[in-house]
Design a binder for this molecule. Sequence first.
Ligand SMILES: C[S@@+](CC[C@H](N)C(=O)[O-])C[C@H]1O[C@@H](n2cnc3c(N)ncnc32)[C@H](O)[C@@H]1O
Length: 224
Amino acid sequence: MIKKTELPNRLDVLMNMLRPVEVFIDVGSDHGYASAYALENDLADRVIATDIHALPAERTAKYFEKQGLSDRTRVFCNDGLRSLQVHANDAVLIAGMGGYEIMHILEEALSEGAVEMGAEFLLQPQRSFRELREFMARKGIQIRDERIAEDKNKFYVGILAVYTGKVYQTDMISAVLGPVILEKRPLYFEPFIRDRWKTLKKEVLGQPELRPVLEYVEKVIQTL
Ligand SMILES: C[S@@+](CC[C@H](N)C(=O)[O-])C[C@H]1O[C@@H](n2cnc3c(N)ncnc32)[C@H](O)[C@@H]1O
């Protein structure tokens, strides 16, 4: 009997936002856990996993074999979404990378016309949230949900978005902190916002344009 994949909290919270899709595309799959979880929990019919490095790609393929999932998966050693098509009923996961790396992957796929409208994205950048959310607004990648995960006193933000192609405006506060996080105040909002306050206090020294965000966070903290 094969034991189902258990995800670290960071990925579990992210994958909880996914509705069932045809193809789940795992960019930077590394171990392949998120993809295996998607198949084992009927969240996807098929999986395409890619990793830029050969070793993680091999690790992913081996894990799929161990879990008995090889016939529903394809693994490539590939940069981002290169040479792949993302259809309307598909979802792309890009987690555990910097915001700029995620933007590079999305930019390339969009500029090649490789993404159909309606395709979903599950994104978990490690940094550069503001830049990533501003990029998404410029490209018409609409944020639908955001959740916070906590792991060893570190907070991870996951974003579920859909490609609509409709460009929209975002303000600095939403771009830095997350529009859904501010509106819905999901689980871990309070420790997350206190943690952001500490970081913003330092960031504002080098980036004075962040001062209104810091002041906003201070007001929010007073209401908690
Ligand atoms: C820190 S791991 C994260 C793995 C997994 N996505 C997670 O969140 O647990 C990042 C993985 O992304 C891969 N990677 C980095 N840049 C990439 C790119 N442009 N295209 C595909 N894979 C990439 C790395 O080789 C590494 O295996």
